[in-house]
Write a protein that binds this ligand. Structure first.
Ligand code: NAD
Ligand code: ISD
Length: 435
C-alpha cells in the first residue's frame, strides 16, 4: 500500500498553497501526496467566474500560487519537489482510525498526517426538487470542467442569439451575469432579495452596481423565486419564477447559470470528526478532533473572533484568502513549527465589468453605515460599518488603490473608533490623494 507522511485530500486552492508552505518550510521529497478527483493541479478558483468567462484565463496560466503573488506551480513543479500529485483520483472512503484513504479504483493510501481540503460544492436546485432542474443547459460553476461547459454554452448561445438567465444575486450571480453580458448575451438576473449581494451590500452600495448592470443591458428581476424550468428535447427553454405577490412569470432562456450558495464537502468524515457550523471543527492550528488530521479552507470551521463583539465562535469562511492562509497554517503545524493560533480577518473581493471592490471585517445589520466617496459616478467610494461606541467593524472600498485598501484593513483590524456623523476614515482615505 502506498504510504506517505502527509496526504492532502482535495485539489483546490488550498492544496497548492499547502504544498508551497511545506516546501518553504523543509518538506523532504516523497513525504507529501495530494489526491484530487480533478484532472488538474491546483489553480486559482476565483478566475473561473471572472477572467475565464472572458477567455483571459486558461490553464496552465493560473495554477496556484500566481494569485497570491507566488510561483506558478504547474505539474512539473510538484514532480521537481518530490510531491506526488494524484489527479483523477476520487476518494470514496476515509478511515481515520486506521489512517487510510480508499480511491474509487480500489487503491488504498496510508498516511501519518491528513489535511482535509475537500472544499465546497454548489447547492443544486435539484436538491429542492425544483421542476425541470435536471434539464440540460442549466449550469453551476465550481471547477474548470464546469467553466469549460459554460464557455462552450456561451459560444452556442452567442451563435443563436440565445437568452441567458442567471439565478442568484450573490457572488456567482453577479460575476457570471457580468461575464455573460461582456460576451454580448442578453442576460436576466433573478434573485429573491430586494437588492444585489444582500448578505453584504447596503441598499446604497447595491444601487451603484445595479445602475451599472442596467447600463450594461443586464435586466434584473428582484424579489423573485425560481419555481421551475421548461424544456424542449431535454434542454432548458424557460425559467419560471414567482414575484412578491405569488404570481408566476416565465422568462425565455437557452442558457441558465445557478449560483445559490455552496455546501462544504464533509460527508466522508461524518461520524469520525467533530462537526460544527456546516464544517469540520478545528482549533487555531487547523487540527481536528482526531490527532494527525487537519482541515483547511471551505470545510474548516475554525475559531473566529468577531470584530464587532470580540466573541470567539467556530465559523467557516468560503473565501480564497482563508484557503491560502489556513493551508499554510496546517502545513506549519504539521512540520512542528507551532504557528501562532490562526487569526483571520474576514475579507472578500469581487470584480464586475470594470469595477473592483474589497471588504474587510463584518457587516452587522445593526451597525451605523457611513457611505463615502463618489457613488454617483461610481468612481471611488465605499462604506464603513460602525458598531458600539463608533468602533469600525467593517469597511468596503470600490475603486481605491492597494494602499487605500491596506489603510482600511488596518483600521478594521485595530477596531478604530470613529465619529459616525463624519465621513471619518473613509473620506480621509479617499480624500488623501492615495486613491
Ligand atoms: P452566495 O451565497 O453569494 O449567493 C447566493 C444567492 O442565491 C443569493 O442571492 C441567495 O438569496 C440566492 N438563493 C439562495 N437560494 C435560492 C433559491 N432556492 N432560488 C433562487 N435563489 C436563491 O453564493 P454563490 O454566489 O453561489 O457563491 C458560491 C460560493 O462561491 C461561495 O462560497 C462564495 O463565497 C464563492 N465565491 C466567492 C467569490 C468572491 O469572493 N468574489 C466569487 C464567486 C464565488
Ligand atoms: O474568492 C473566492 C472565489 O472567487 C471563490 O470561488 O473564494 C472562492 C473559493 O476559492 C473558496 O471557496
Amino acid at each position: 500500500m502506498p504510504s506517505y507522511k502527509i496526504v492532502f485530500l482535495g485539489g483546490g486552492n488550498a492544496a497548492g498553497y499547502a504544498a508551497r508552505a511545506f516546501v518553504e518550510n523543509g518538506l523532504k521529497a516523497g513525504e507529501l501526496a495530494i489526491v484530487t478527483e480533478e484532472p488538474y493541479c491546483a489553480y486559482e478558483r476565483p478566475a473561473l467566474s471572472k477572467g475565464y468567462l472572458l477567455g483571459a484565463a486558461r490553464l496552465p496560466g493560473f495554477h496556484t500560487c500566481v494569485g497570491g503573488g507566488g510561483e506558478r506551480q504547474a505539474p512539473e513543479w510538484y514532480s521537481e519537489k518530490g510531491i506526488t500529485y494524484l489527479t483523477d483520483s476520487r476518494v470514496t472512503k476515509a478511515d481515520l482510525a486506521n489512517r487510510t484513504l480508499t480511491l474509487e479504483n480500489g487503491e488504498v493510501l496510508s498516511y501519518e498526517y491528513l489535511i482535509i481540503g475537500t472544499g465546497a460544492r454548489p447547492v443544486r436546485l435539484t436538491e429542492f426538487a425544483v421542476p425541470g432542474a435536471e434539464l440540460g443547459g442549466i449550469h453551476y460553476l465550481r471547477d474548470v470542467k464546469d467553466a469549460d461547459a459554460l464557455v462552450a454554452a456561451i459560444a452556442t448561445a452567442k451563435e443563436r442569439a440565445g437568452k441567458a438567465v442567471v439565478v442568484g444575486g450573490g457572488y456567482i450571480g453577479m460575476e457570471v451575469a457580468a461575464g455573460l453580458a461582456a460576451n454580448g448575451l442578453a442576460v436576466t438576473l433573478v434573485f429573491p432579495e430586494n437588492h444585489l449581494l444582500n448578505r453584504l451590500f447596503t441598499p446604497e452600495l447595491a444601487a451603484v452596481y445595479e445602475r451599472l448592470y442596467d447600463a450594461k443591458g443586464v435586466k434584473m428581476v428582484k424579489n423573485a423565486r425560481v419555481v421551475g424550468f421548461g424544456g424542449v428535447d431535454g434542454k432548458v427553454s424557460s425559467v419560471g419564477y414567482t414575484d412578491a405577490t405569488g404570481a408566476v412569470h416565465q422568462l425565455e432562456a437557452s442558457l441558465v447559470v445557478v449560483g445559490v450558495g455552496a455546501r462544504a464537502n464533509v460527508e466522508l468524515f461524518q461520524g469520525q470528526l467533530e462537526m460544527t457550523a456546516g464544517g469540520i471543527k478545528v482549533d487555531g492550528q487547523m487540527a481536528t478532533s482526531v490527532p494527525g488530521v487537519f482541515a483547511v479552507g471551505d470545510v474548516a470551521a475554525f475559531p473566529l473572533t468577531s470584530v464587532a463583539t470580540g466573541q470567539v465562535s467556530h465559523a467557516r469562511q468560503e473565501h480564497v484568502t482563508h484557503c491560502r492562509l489556513s493551508a499554510a497554517q496546517a502545513a506549519k503545524a504539521i512540520l512542528g513549527l507551532s504557528p501562532t493560533p490562526y487569526d483571520y480577518l474576514p475579507y472578500f473581493y469581487s470584480r464586475v465589468f470594470a469595477l473592483s471592490w474589497v471588504f474587510y471585517g463584518e457587516a452587522p445589520a445593526d451597525a451605523v453605515k457611513v457611505h463615502f466617496g463618489d457613488m454617483t459616478e461610481a468612481k471611488c467610494f465605499g462604506c464603513l460599518w460602525l458598531g458600539a461606541g463608533g468602533k469600525l467593524v467593517g469597511a468596503f472600498l470600490e475603486g481605491g488603490s492597494a494602499d487605500d485598501a491596506a489603510v482600511l484593513k488596518g483600521a478594521v483590524a485595530k477596531g478604530l473608533r470613529l465619529p459616525a456623523e463624519e465621513g471619518g476614515l473613509g473620506e480621509a482615505v479617499v480624500g488623501s490623494g492615495a486613491a
